[in-house]
Design a protein around this ligand. Structure first.
Ligand code: ATP
Ligand code: MG
Length: 272
C-alpha cells in the first residue's frame, strides 16, 4: 500500500508515489499506518485527518514548519498523545483499540527525542542497561552484553563508563539511540534528534541514523536536515498546518515541490 495524502487538506495535496519499492514489498502490512488521524488540544485542532503508511524497512522523513504538528503526529504513533479520532495501526494492529496491550506495542517502538533524557546519575552503560532490566527482565550480564554491543554500534564503546556530564551532546544522543536499540525495537521514531546539537556534532548522529537505515530499520524521522532527508529517506512527507500537504520520493518532493507552501518552506530552510 502506498501512502495517501490527507483527504480533507483543501490545500492542494500532491502525491508523487512511494519511494519504498526498492526496500520493501508493496503488499506488506505497513509497519505504521495512520488512518484519518485527528488530534486537538482544547480548541486547537492540530492534526486534521492524517493518512500515512510507513512500510517495513522504509525510512520516512517528516518535514514542515514549526507548529505544523510533526511532534504531535509522532507522539500519536506510540500513544504518548491520545488521538482525538482516527486509527493508529502498528504492524496491522489498531493500538487505539481499548483491548490493545499498549506496553507490549511500545516495546517495539524506539523513540529518540531532541533532548536526550539520559539519567545524569548513571553512566552510559547504566543508561543503556536500565530499561532492559526493568522492562524486559534481562539479567545484569545479558543487559550488559547487549549494552556494550549497542554502544559499539553507535561508536561509543570507549565511553561506556562515562557519565552524561562527561559526554558531548552528540555522544549523549548516541547513548540515547543505543538505549532505544537495546530494547530490540522493530521501528524507530526520531523527533529532531540533532536539533539541540552544535553543528559539528550533528554529523556523527546522522551517520548512526544512516547506518541504521542501511541495516533495514523502519524509521519515521522528523528532521530539518534536508541533506539527510534527501540521501537517506525513501519517502518525504511535508506537513503544513496539520495536514499532509505533499509527499513522495525525496528527489521529487525536495527537488521539485509542487505547492507554494513547500516551495516557501524549502527556501526558508535552505537560507539557514
Ligand atoms: N501537550 C500539548 N498541549 C497543548 N498544545 C500542544 C501540546 N503539544 C503540542 N501542542 C500544540 O500543537 C501544535 C503543534 O505542535 P507540535 O509540537 O506538534 O509542532 P511541530 O511541528 O513539532 O513543531 P516544531 O517544529 O516547533 O517542533 C502547536 O500549536 C502546539 O502548541
Ligand atoms: Mg516538534
Amino acid at each position: 500500500m502506498t501512502a495517501t495524502p490527507a483527504s480533507d487538506s483543501g490545500s492542494g495535496s500532491a502525491t508523487a508515489g512511494s519511494g519504498s519499492a526498492s526496500r520493501s514489498g508493496a503488499s506488506a502490512t505497513p509497519a505504521i499506518e495512520l488512518r484519518g488521524l485527528h488530534k486537538s488540544f482544547g480548541s486547537n485542532h492540530v492534526l486534521k485527518g492524517i493518512d500515512l503508511s510507513v512500510q517495513p524497512r522504509q525510512v520516512m522523513c517528516l518535514i514542515g514548519a514549526s507548529g505544523s504538528g510533526k511532534s504531535t503526529l509522532l507522539r500519536c504513533v506510540n500513544r504518548l498523545e491520545e488521538p482525538t479520532s482516527g486509527a493508529v495501526l502498528i504492524d496491522g494492529i489498531d493500538i487505539t483499540h481499548p483491548d490493545c496491550d499498549l506496553d507490549l506495542v511500545r516495546r517495539d517502538i524506539g523513540m529518540v527525542f531532541q533532548q536526550f533524557n539520559l539519567f545524569p546519575h548513571l553512566s552510559a552503560i547504566g543508561n543503556v542497561t536500565l530499561a532492559q532490566r526493568k522492562v524486559l527482565g534481562r539479567s545484569d550480564d545479558e543487559s550488559r552484553t547487549v549494552a556494550i554491543e549497542m554502544l559499539e554500534r553507535v561508536g561509543l564503546s570507549d565511553k561506556a563508563d562515562s557519565y552524561p556530564s562527561q559526554l558531548s551532546g552528540g555522544q549523549q544522543q548516541r547513548v540515547a539511540i543505543a538505549r532505544a536499540l537495546a530494547m530490540n525495537p522493530k521501528m524507530m521514531l526520531f523527533d529532531e534528534a540533532t536539533s539541540a546539537l552544535d553543528p559539528e556534532l550533528v554529523g556523527d548522529v546522522l551517520d548512526v541514523m544512516r547506518q541504521l537505515a542501511s541495516e533495514g530499520m523502519t524509521m519515521l524521522v522528523v528532521t530539518h536536515e534536508m541533506g539527510f532527508a534527501r540521501r537517506v529517506a525513501d519517502h518525504v512527507v511535508f506537513m503544513d498546518q496539520g495536514v499532509v500537504c505533499e509527499q513522495g520520493p525525496p528527489d521529487a518532493v525536495l527537488g521539485s515541490p509542487s505547492t507554494p507552501r513547500l516551495q516557501q518552506f524549502l527556501e526558508k530552510v535552505l537560507e539557514h
